[in-house]
Design a protein around this ligand. Structure first.
Ligand SMILES: Nc1ncnc2c1ncn2[C@@H]1O[C@H](COP(=O)(O)OP(=O)(O)OP(=O)(O)O)[C@@H](O)[C@H]1O
Ligand SMILES: Cc1ncsc1CCO
Ligand SMILES: [Mg+2]
Length: 254
């Protein structure tokens, strides 16, 4: 992991527009802010064009989508694709309803930079029967293969998260082994990772390297934040992100 990128994000302070779910919006905004990014979470589609023009990167999270938010997503996608802004899709529980399936299909038709999902969401988007249980992943076989297949099928980068995270561009797939078993117990760590990776995609390096760096960094912060008590994890995570710089992280994760 190139630790100087931690400083670079804080210097750049990328403006990340997140179409978010109402369950984890505040938690995601605080993670972005602690990491040195500027969150913006609009809800009215009338202002989508202007706000997307301001953004360095966009995240579309369908966790609590309704018809108003579908209109917002449409408008954000139109401007983001027109202006070639990085777009991250978090396909929360995509296989759980017809509405989610068709919405995600229409988003993918317009094109995204990265899909970040758990093993079941990525399995579904790779065209494989998944074992999803609502927002949670079921037991999927061969996640590295699923990540690669999904990237090939959807023509974008993929991060399949879980006990091990897999980053794939369809040809190369790398593993990130950090993290903590507390992370799947905190609702929204996946939402946080998706939005955080949007900000990383504004770094002036290749998109694959940016996503790999962001996934490794997020996992390492998550591991350091585990001090044995679930209730402390979120506060520790914010503190570590806020205090991180290339000097304090020197030599980590090489
Ligand atoms: N068992 C685990 N051990 C270590 N890290 C984990 C584990 N499970 C998940 N993580 C980490 O938690 C983060 C979120 O991944 P996860 O797959 O749980 O997302 P998700 O299912 O979309 O979560 P949510 O829907 O609650 O936002 C990632 O950084 C991942 O590395
Ligand atoms: C609990 C929950 N329900 C829909 S989205 C969400 C948060 C995790 O994405
Ligand atoms: Mg999720």
């Amino acid at each position: 992991m190139k630790t100087n990128l931690i400083d670079q994000i804080k210097a750049q302070r990328p403006l990340v527009l997140v179409v978010t779910n109402f369950i984890t919006a505040g938690a995601v905004a605080n993670v972005l802010s602690a990491a040195g990014m500027s969150p913006m979470m609009p809800s009215d589609f009338h202002e989508a064009t202007e706000l997307t023009q301001l953004a360095d990167a966009v995240t579309i999270n369908i966790g609590s989508v309704d018809s108003d938010q579908a209109a917002l997503i449409d408008a954000v996608m139109a401007t983001a694709t027109q202006l070639s802004k990085p777009i991250v899709l978090d396909p929360v529980a995509v296989s759980a309803s017809q509405a989610r399936q068709s919405l995600v299909q229409s988003i993918l038709k317009k094109g995204v930079t990265l899909i970040r999902g758990n093993a079941s969401e990525i399995a579904y988007l790779a065209g494989i029967q998944s074992q999803a249980r609502g927002i949670d992943a079921g037991d999927e076989n061969n996640p590295a293969y699923l990540a690669q297949l999904c990237a090939q099928k959807q023509h974008c980068l993929v991060v399949l998260s879980g006990p091990i995270d897999y980053v794939s561009d369809g040809k190369t797939t790398v593993e990130c082994t950090m993290g903590s078993p507390m992370m799947p117990k905190i609702v929204g760590t996946g939402d946080m990772l998706s939005a955080f990776l949007s900000g990383c995609l504004s770094l002036p390096i290749s998109q694959f390297e940016a996503v790999k760096f962001g996934t490794e960094y997020f996992g390492q912060v998550g591991q350091r934040a585990d001090t044995g008590k679930l209730g402390d994890w979120s506060a520790n995570f914010l503190t570590i992100l806020d205090q991180a710089n290339s000097k304090s992280w020197k030599g980590v994760g090489k």
